[in-house]
Write a protein that binds this ligand. Sequence first.
Ligand code: CDP
Length: 226
Amino acid sequence: MEERLIIAIDGPAASGKSTTARLLARRLGYVYLDTGAMYRACALQARLSGISLEDEAAVEQMLRHLDIRVETSGEENVILLNGEDVSQAIRANDISKLSSDISALPAVRYRMVELQRALDARGGVILDGRDIGTFVFPDADLKFFLTASAEVRARRRWLELRQKGVDKPLAEVRQELEERDRNDAGRALAPLAVAEDAIVVDTGGMSVPEQVDTLHGLFLARLEGI
Ligand code: CDP
Protein backbone atom coordinates (compact mmCIF):
# COMPACT_ATOMS: atom_id res chain seq x y z
CA MET A 1 0.00 0.00 0.00
CA GLU A 2 1.17 3.50 -0.73
CA GLU A 3 2.42 5.25 2.36
CA ARG A 4 0.58 8.41 3.37
CA LEU A 5 2.70 10.38 5.75
CA ILE A 6 2.40 13.30 8.14
CA ILE A 7 5.11 15.76 7.13
CA ALA A 8 6.13 18.66 9.37
CA ILE A 9 7.92 21.70 7.96
CA ASP A 10 9.12 24.19 10.56
CA GLY A 11 11.45 27.14 10.46
CA PRO A 12 11.84 30.87 11.04
CA ALA A 13 10.02 33.62 9.15
CA ALA A 14 10.45 33.68 5.37
CA SER A 15 12.57 30.53 5.30
CA GLY A 16 10.49 29.19 2.41
CA LYS A 17 8.18 26.92 4.38
CA SER A 18 4.80 27.88 2.96
CA THR A 19 5.78 27.92 -0.70
CA THR A 20 7.69 24.66 -0.44
CA ALA A 21 4.97 22.97 1.62
CA ARG A 22 2.23 24.00 -0.80
CA LEU A 23 4.10 22.86 -3.90
CA LEU A 24 5.29 19.61 -2.34
CA ALA A 25 1.71 18.86 -1.25
CA ARG A 26 0.55 19.43 -4.81
CA ARG A 27 3.22 17.06 -6.14
CA LEU A 28 2.35 14.34 -3.64
CA GLY A 29 -1.42 14.83 -3.71
CA TYR A 30 -1.34 15.61 0.01
CA VAL A 31 -3.40 18.11 1.97
CA TYR A 32 -1.50 21.23 3.02
CA LEU A 33 -2.18 23.24 6.18
CA ASP A 34 -0.59 26.63 6.79
CA THR A 35 -0.70 26.89 10.59
CA GLY A 36 0.83 30.37 10.57
CA ALA A 37 -2.28 31.59 8.76
CA MET A 38 -4.36 30.42 11.71
CA TYR A 39 -2.37 32.54 14.18
CA ARG A 40 -2.61 35.42 11.74
CA ALA A 41 -6.40 35.05 11.61
CA CYS A 42 -6.46 35.05 15.41
CA ALA A 43 -4.44 38.27 15.41
CA LEU A 44 -6.81 39.83 12.88
CA GLN A 45 -9.78 38.95 15.09
CA ALA A 46 -8.06 40.58 18.08
CA ARG A 47 -7.43 43.67 15.98
CA LEU A 48 -11.04 43.79 14.73
CA SER A 49 -12.38 43.34 18.27
CA GLY A 50 -10.02 46.02 19.54
CA ILE A 51 -8.79 43.91 22.43
CA SER A 52 -5.46 44.21 24.20
CA LEU A 53 -3.38 41.04 24.48
CA GLU A 54 -2.67 41.94 28.10
CA ASP A 55 -6.35 41.62 28.91
CA GLU A 56 -6.56 37.88 29.59
CA ALA A 57 -10.31 37.88 30.14
CA ALA A 58 -10.91 39.65 26.82
CA VAL A 59 -8.66 37.15 25.00
CA GLU A 60 -10.53 34.22 26.57
CA GLN A 61 -13.81 35.80 25.61
CA MET A 62 -12.56 36.25 22.05
CA LEU A 63 -11.46 32.60 21.90
CA ARG A 64 -14.89 31.42 23.01
CA HIS A 65 -16.45 33.08 19.98
CA LEU A 66 -13.59 32.57 17.57
CA ASP A 67 -14.70 31.16 14.22
CA ILE A 68 -11.65 30.22 12.13
CA ARG A 69 -11.89 27.67 9.37
CA VAL A 70 -9.29 26.66 6.84
CA GLU A 71 -10.41 25.24 3.52
CA THR A 72 -7.67 22.87 2.45
CA SER A 73 -9.36 21.35 -0.59
CA GLY A 74 -7.87 23.71 -3.20
CA GLU A 75 -4.23 24.35 -3.87
CA GLU A 76 -4.09 27.48 -1.72
CA ASN A 77 -5.49 27.43 1.80
CA VAL A 78 -8.53 29.67 2.10
CA ILE A 79 -8.78 31.18 5.57
CA LEU A 80 -12.27 31.99 6.76
CA LEU A 81 -12.82 34.23 9.75
CA ASN A 82 -16.48 34.43 10.75
CA GLY A 83 -17.26 32.96 7.34
CA GLU A 84 -15.38 35.70 5.49
CA ASP A 85 -12.33 35.06 3.31
CA VAL A 86 -9.42 36.84 5.03
CA SER A 87 -6.61 35.06 3.15
CA GLN A 88 -5.20 38.37 1.89
CA ALA A 89 -5.98 40.56 4.92
CA ILE A 90 -3.96 38.34 7.28
CA ARG A 91 -0.79 38.93 5.23
CA ALA A 92 -0.68 42.63 6.12
CA ASN A 93 2.66 43.51 7.67
CA ASP A 94 1.24 44.77 10.98
CA ILE A 95 -0.55 41.46 11.45
CA SER A 96 2.80 39.60 11.37
CA LYS A 97 4.05 41.03 14.66
CA LEU A 98 0.64 40.79 16.30
CA SER A 99 0.36 37.13 15.27
CA SER A 100 3.72 36.42 16.89
CA ASP A 101 2.60 38.15 20.10
CA ILE A 102 -0.77 36.45 20.23
CA SER A 103 0.72 33.04 19.45
CA ALA A 104 2.74 33.21 22.68
CA LEU A 105 -0.47 33.10 24.74
CA PRO A 106 -1.01 29.50 25.92
CA ALA A 107 -4.82 29.71 25.62
CA VAL A 108 -4.47 30.73 21.98
CA ARG A 109 -1.94 28.01 21.20
CA TYR A 110 -3.97 25.24 22.81
CA ARG A 111 -6.99 26.28 20.79
CA MET A 112 -5.10 26.43 17.47
CA VAL A 113 -3.24 23.18 18.11
CA GLU A 114 -6.54 21.44 18.84
CA LEU A 115 -7.79 22.50 15.40
CA GLN A 116 -4.53 21.44 13.76
CA ARG A 117 -4.59 17.99 15.34
CA ALA A 118 -8.17 17.50 14.15
CA LEU A 119 -6.93 17.49 10.57
CA ASP A 120 -7.76 14.27 8.76
CA ALA A 121 -4.29 12.87 8.11
CA ARG A 122 -5.35 9.65 6.39
CA GLY A 123 -4.66 10.97 2.91
CA GLY A 124 -1.23 12.36 3.79
CA VAL A 125 -0.68 15.88 5.11
CA ILE A 126 1.97 18.56 5.18
CA LEU A 127 1.79 21.19 7.89
CA ASP A 128 4.09 24.18 8.10
CA GLY A 129 4.74 26.30 11.17
CA ARG A 130 7.09 26.71 14.11
CA ASP A 131 6.20 23.82 16.41
CA ILE A 132 4.74 21.12 14.16
CA GLY A 133 7.55 18.60 14.64
CA THR A 134 8.15 19.45 18.29
CA PHE A 135 4.66 19.92 19.67
CA VAL A 136 1.70 19.53 17.31
CA PHE A 137 2.78 16.22 15.75
CA PRO A 138 5.88 15.04 17.63
CA ASP A 139 5.39 11.63 15.98
CA ALA A 140 5.28 13.03 12.43
CA ASP A 141 6.80 10.61 9.91
CA LEU A 142 9.07 13.16 8.34
CA LYS A 143 10.26 16.48 9.78
CA PHE A 144 12.02 19.30 8.03
CA PHE A 145 13.45 22.46 9.48
CA LEU A 146 14.09 25.09 6.82
CA THR A 147 16.62 27.83 7.44
CA ALA A 148 18.36 30.63 5.57
CA SER A 149 20.41 33.58 6.76
CA ALA A 150 18.54 36.61 8.11
CA GLU A 151 19.89 38.56 5.15
CA VAL A 152 18.38 36.18 2.59
CA ARG A 153 15.07 35.87 4.44
CA ALA A 154 14.73 39.61 4.84
CA ARG A 155 15.36 40.12 1.14
CA ARG A 156 12.67 37.58 0.25
CA ARG A 157 10.12 39.25 2.53
CA TRP A 158 11.13 42.69 1.27
CA LEU A 159 10.52 41.57 -2.34
CA GLU A 160 7.17 40.05 -1.38
CA LEU A 161 6.13 43.32 0.24
CA ARG A 162 7.26 45.33 -2.77
CA GLN A 163 5.19 43.12 -5.05
CA LYS A 164 2.22 44.01 -2.86
CA GLY A 165 3.03 47.70 -3.22
CA VAL A 166 4.55 48.11 0.25
CA ASP A 167 7.81 50.03 0.03
CA LYS A 168 9.75 49.52 3.23
CA PRO A 169 13.51 49.80 3.72
CA LEU A 170 15.22 46.42 3.67
CA ALA A 171 16.90 47.13 7.02
CA GLU A 172 13.53 47.69 8.66
CA VAL A 173 12.08 44.49 7.19
CA ARG A 174 15.12 42.59 8.48
CA GLN A 175 14.81 44.08 11.94
CA GLU A 176 11.12 43.14 12.19
CA LEU A 177 11.84 39.64 10.97
CA GLU A 178 14.66 39.07 13.47
CA GLU A 179 12.56 40.48 16.27
CA ARG A 180 9.73 38.11 15.42
CA ASP A 181 12.13 35.14 15.32
CA ARG A 182 13.47 36.07 18.76
CA ASN A 183 9.92 36.38 20.01
CA ASP A 184 8.96 32.98 18.53
CA ALA A 185 12.10 31.23 19.79
CA GLY A 186 11.86 32.78 23.24
CA ARG A 187 8.28 31.96 24.24
CA ALA A 188 7.70 29.42 26.98
CA LEU A 189 5.18 27.16 25.26
CA ALA A 190 6.12 25.38 22.01
CA PRO A 191 8.84 27.81 20.88
CA LEU A 192 10.41 27.81 17.44
CA ALA A 193 12.99 25.02 17.74
CA VAL A 194 14.57 22.27 15.66
CA ALA A 195 13.08 18.88 16.49
CA GLU A 196 15.71 16.29 17.40
CA ASP A 197 14.81 14.14 14.42
CA ALA A 198 14.30 16.95 11.89
CA ILE A 199 16.27 17.24 8.68
CA VAL A 200 17.68 20.77 8.50
CA VAL A 201 17.66 22.26 4.99
CA ASP A 202 19.34 25.59 4.28
CA THR A 203 17.31 27.16 1.46
CA GLY A 204 19.60 30.18 1.22
CA GLY A 205 21.12 29.34 -2.14
CA MET A 206 18.11 27.52 -3.56
CA SER A 207 15.39 28.53 -5.98
CA VAL A 208 11.82 27.50 -5.18
CA PRO A 209 11.90 24.48 -7.56
CA GLU A 210 15.21 23.41 -6.01
CA GLN A 211 13.68 23.57 -2.54
CA VAL A 212 10.75 21.42 -3.60
CA ASP A 213 13.02 18.93 -5.39
CA THR A 214 15.29 18.69 -2.35
CA LEU A 215 12.44 17.92 0.04
CA HIS A 216 10.84 15.57 -2.46
CA GLY A 217 14.10 13.67 -2.79
CA LEU A 218 14.38 13.36 0.99
CA PHE A 219 10.76 12.22 1.12
CA LEU A 220 11.42 9.47 -1.46
CA ALA A 221 14.53 8.38 0.42
CA ARG A 222 12.51 8.13 3.62
CA LEU A 223 9.79 6.09 1.87
CA GLU A 224 12.40 3.59 0.73
CA GLY A 225 13.46 3.18 4.32
CA ILE A 226 9.93 2.46 5.58
O1 CDP B 1 5.11 33.50 6.72
P1 CDP B 1 5.88 33.87 7.95
O2 CDP B 1 7.06 32.99 8.12
O3 CDP B 1 6.20 35.31 8.03
O4 CDP B 1 4.95 33.67 9.21
P2 CDP B 1 3.77 32.64 9.43
O5 CDP B 1 4.24 31.24 9.18
O6 CDP B 1 2.56 33.09 8.69
O7 CDP B 1 3.49 32.77 11.01
C1 CDP B 1 3.11 33.98 11.62
C2 CDP B 1 3.38 33.88 13.12
O8 CDP B 1 2.54 32.88 13.69
C3 CDP B 1 4.79 33.47 13.51
O9 CDP B 1 5.67 34.55 13.68
C4 CDP B 1 4.60 32.71 14.82
O10 CDP B 1 4.65 33.59 15.91
C5 CDP B 1 3.19 32.17 14.73
N1 CDP B 1 3.17 30.73 14.51
C6 CDP B 1 3.31 29.90 15.59
O11 CDP B 1 3.51 30.35 16.69
N2 CDP B 1 3.22 28.55 15.44
C7 CDP B 1 3.01 28.01 14.23
N3 CDP B 1 2.88 26.69 14.13
C8 CDP B 1 2.89 28.84 13.11
C9 CDP B 1 2.99 30.21 13.26
